[in-house]
Design a protein around this ligand. Structure first.
Ligand code: DOR
Ligand code: ZN
Length: 483
């Protein structure tokens, strides 16, 4: 070991990966990679690298940093018939995803340190890949903010609109107070940005009118719900200095308030998901309830502007909103009875690599969107999200040429009901490596890796917080004089 604790390249490495095409956000080049103690220690021509205990020849394959999916629902505890930490992280490994951030709408909702600690225990005992846990930010968690951060979270999740789990949405007044409280901590707040009062009113009217077809779900949540929510969240973030992240951007219309907020210097990032890029109202008839998701898949003219926003940087990253439900829960005849969401953690990479093969985005930009940008937004870069000496050896090794068809029944998620069934894709994950350890090898899950995934909250390093209007917060104006 050198003084910095990095193994010297002269010592024997644990693993040498040879003959692959290394793909970073900046460049693609042929190089061997040496890995020791779970970290990348060197790149280069194989003749310049140390001997290794093990050599993996990946001729013909591409080596990408593992994807970081900042938006999954692994359902454990509470809904383990839909998914659990074992099946969810296995699906992630099959999808080249080496870190996931899990949402708090499990049972009980992750709103207190005790519940969070219980979820940490479950995840640590079952996970095949690394993970971060979200805590809910709402009226139920306002008195637990410090305890939640101490117990270990990757960020807060605020539900501006109701969705699966029916977590109550805070009023705008409560949101402002919550943002005031989070701003000095520097943690990022991820937002389900759909305005509840608009949706509830419309759904009630639609139901009363006897509407219950798949497209009526879209009618209950037109893009104005997202425009209004993004605009309002950006205003509160700008006032307080809180950092926010807009989850699952579904419409061209919410790009304007997002771009404007960025231009004003609001610390806001955004994600979209493959279903908003590749599915549209044209898919409702054959997918029926399987396509029901919040926010809804929208009209085809949203797709090109969302792709363009990925090119321009208005949208920062790709996530999946992996939201597994059983086939029975997805195939109910009345759309209002269908559970919202579908699995995605396993299909994101092949779907996006298909877009790469079609020339829609470059492979290097895909690496930025799927790995580098999420790591940067949540303070994990360059330990995660990078192929650099010193980074965790989190790798997705893929065959870019492989063509195959998505089959719901072959998904490793417990959920076998998605709108992707039958879709042709290009790009298959062959090996997934997490901190130097094979989780997927030659396309086979390595069962001994169950319980080896670790929470990433303790390596998170967010930039210093920049709270604003601190003298006008509720805490400041209600403080007693002289205390
Ligand atoms: O469709 C959705 N399903 N959207 C969400 O925001 C939540 C998710 C779930 O948990 O099922
Ligand atoms: Zn979600």
């Amino acid at each position: 070991m050198t003084r910095q604790g990095m193994p010297s390249v002269c010592e024997k490495a644990d693993l040498l990966i040879i003959n692959g095409l290394v793909v970073t956000s900046q460049a693609s080049f042929e190089a061997a990679i040496a890995i020791t103690d779970g970290k990348i220690v060197a790149f280069g021509d194989v003749s310049t690298l140390p001997q290794a205990k093990e050599i993996l020849d990946v001729a013909g394959l591409a080596i990408l940093p593992g994807a970081i999916d900042v938006h999954v629902h692994f359902r454990d505890p509470g809904y383990t018939h839909k998914e659990d930490w074992e099946s969810g992280t296995a699906a992630a490994a099959f999808g080249g995803v080496t870190t996931v951030f899990d949402m708090p709408n499990t049972i009980p909702t992750v709103a207190t340190p005790d519940v969070l600690a219980q979820k940490h225990e479950i995840a640590a005992s079952k996970a095949h890949v690394d993970y971060g846990l979200y805590a809910v930010l709402g009226e139920e968690s306002i008195d637990h903010i410090d305890g939640l951060i101490e117990t270990g979270i990757i960020g807060f999740k605020c539900y501006m609109g109701n969705t699966f789990g029916r977590i109550p949405s805070p009023s705008t007044g409560a949101m402002l107070e919550l943002f005031e409280r989070i701003a000095p901590t520097g943690m990022r707040i991820s937002l389900h940005a759909e305005t509840n009062s608009i949706m509830e009113r419309r759904e009630t009217r639609l139901r009363a009118a006897g509407k219950n077809a798949p497209l009526d779900h879209l009618a209950s949540r037109p893009a104005v719900v997202a425009i209004e929510a993004v605009e309002r969240a950006a205003t509160l973030a700008e006032w307080t200095g809180a950092r926010i992240h807009i989850l699952h951007i579904s419409s061209k219309d919410e790009l304007r308030p997002l771009a404007e907020a960025k231009a004003r210097g609001v610390e806001v990032t955004g994600e979209t998901c493959p279903h908003y890029l590749m599915l549209s109202t044209d898919d409702y008839e054959h997918s029926r309830g399987r396509i029901r998701v919040n926010p809804p898949v929208r009209e085809p003219d949203n797709q090109e502007p969302i792709w363009a926003a990925l090119d321009s940087g208005v949208i920062d990253m790709i996530a999946t909103d992996h939201a597994p439900h059983t086939a029975e829960e997805k195939d109910r005849p009345v759309i209002w009875d269908v559970d919202c969401g579908f699995p995605g953690v396993e299909t994101q990479m092949p779907l996006m690599l298909t877009a790469v093969a079609e020339g829609r985005i470059t492979l290097n930009h895909y690496v930025r969107l799927s790995s580098e940008a999420p790591a940067k937004a949540f303070g994990l870069y360059p330990r995660k999200g990078a192929l650099l000496p010193g980074s965790d050896a989190d790798l997705a090794i893929v065959d870019l040429k492989s063509r195959w068809e998505i089959d719901d029944n072959a998904l490793h998620s417990r959920s076998k009901a998605s709108p992707w069934h039958g879709r042709e894709v290009r790009g298959r994950v062959i090996h997934t490596i997490v901190r130097g350890r094979f989780v997927l090898r030659e396309g086979s899950l390595q069962p001994a890796t169950r319980g080896t995934g670790r929470s990433v909250h303790d390596i998170q390093q967010m930039p210093p917080p920049r709270p604003r209007n601190a003298d006008k917060t509720l805490a400041a104006v209600t403080r007693n004089a002289g205390t």
